[in-house]
Design a protein around this ligand. Structure first.
Ligand code: PMV
Length: 362
């Protein structure tokens, strides 16, 4: 598919108003996206687990208006939120050629997260994907009345992911579950334009895989992802890193089919540390890990060695640690987290999550 396939050509102009509501999850990358080309096209493929409990719930009420200026209000947890406006304005401007009705209506966007606001958990993936899904439901309501061509599910999901990508790259992996690939590669069915549900074999050891998110630092990141991605231009290790992501994805595909958890741990932890190594070797260089991030990593390594456990960690662009483990080891790992890791979390806070099936219309 090309970008042309996502341009809405005709729609009903008589619909006066309506409302749509979605809940959309966050996701955690196993192979990391870090570095992009123009228009949010990734430099390398990535694959993620869709989460289940960390979600954004968004309702959009749309009302016909005069004039063609983009018009919306955003309410976050019941309060009018001016701070979110510029990001959504940029998003709407980026996607307007694909959803031209955006200038015909005023949108009231009401959104909230299931996870604490200032938890340091990136809400852009769940937030942008929830808005994209709402816009697709509006598109469906508007096209339903003028054409018999139903917006069928596969197109709906692809375009929702395509739009979400233009809001925040990793958001395109939040529409479906349980694993989603984004970025062209030789090993899996994929596209640079949208996320695709992973179609490879999945060993039962990965069913209901667990992710406990340890909240090490709940503050604002000192360096945004946008700045970080841009620092991959001219980065001395960029070419090798992008090649490594392709190789890791091809290796991970075998691991997902065979259930080789030892190799899974190696790939996932190496990806997390490589992501942060890219940050530390950018110019200007920066570091998002905190002392407690390293304390936790060392504890996980010691615990794994002593207990023949399959616990491992991954990191986002921040200090929090995602602790990944098979469901079969849940009891033992939860005890370890409570007795040895919670002490390194800000105010002892952590979130228990697991692989999820994707977004739901409410
Ligand atoms: O979606 P963005 O632009 O915020 O980038 C996020 C990139 C990482 O979370 C660090 C990795 C990933 O693949 O999700």
């Amino acid at each position: 598919m090309t970008t042309q396939d996502f341009i809405l050509k005709s729609y009903a102009t008589k619909v006066e108003s309506g409302a749509v509501k979605w809940e959309s999850p966050s996701n955690i990358a196993l192979i990391k996206y870090w570095g992009k080309k123009e228009h949010q096209i990734p430099e390398n493929p990535s694959i993620s687990f869709t989460l289940s409990n960390c979600k954004t719930i968004t309702e959009i009420t749309y009302t016909k208006k005069q004039g063609d200026a983009i018009s919306f209000d955003i309410y976050f947890e019941g309060q009018l939120n001016e701070a979110f406006k510029p990001k959504i304005q940029t998003f709407f401007e980026r996607i307007e050629s694909y959803v031209p009705f955006i200038r015909d209506y005023h949108f009231k966007i009401e959104t909230s997260n299931t996870f604490p606001h200032s938890s340091g958990i990136a809400s852009s993936a769940s937030g942008m994907s929830a808005i994209a899904l709402c816009l697709m439901s509006i598109e469906k309501q508007l096209t339903h009345t003028v054409t018999s061509q139903a917006v069928e599910k596969s197109y709906f999901n692809k375009k929702a992911s395509f739009l979400a990508r233009l809001g925040s790259g990793s958001a395109c992996r939040s529409i479906e579950g349980e694993l989603v690939v984004w970025g062209k590669n030789k090993s899996t069915e994929s596209s640079d334009l949208f996320g695709v549900k992973y179609d490879g074999d999945l060993h039962e050891k990965f069913y209901n895989y667990q992710d406990t998110i340890l909240l090490v630092d709940k503050g604002e990141k000192q360096v945004s992802s946008t700045v970080g991605h841009n620092l991959m231009f001219g980065h001395p290790f960029a070419t090798q890193r992008f090649e490594q992501a392709h190789n890791n994805l091809s290796d991970l595909k075998e691991v997902l089919a065979s259930g080789d958890l030892k190799r899974f741990v190696e790939i996932v932890e190496s990806e997390a540390l490589t992501l942060h190594a890219m940050m530390m070797t950018s110019m200007p260089y920066f570091m998002l890990m905190k002392p407690n991030t390293l304390e936790i990593i060392n504890k996980i390594w010691a615990h794994r060695a002593a207990n023949n456990s399959n616990i491992c960690f991954t990191l986002d662009a921040g200090a929090n640690v995602h602790v990944l483990y098979p469901e079969a080891e849940k009891k033992e790992v939860c005890e370890f987290i409570k007795s040895e890791l919670v002490a390194y979390c800000q105010n002892g806070h952590y979130i228990c999550d697991s692989i999820g099936k994707g977004a739901t219309q409410l």
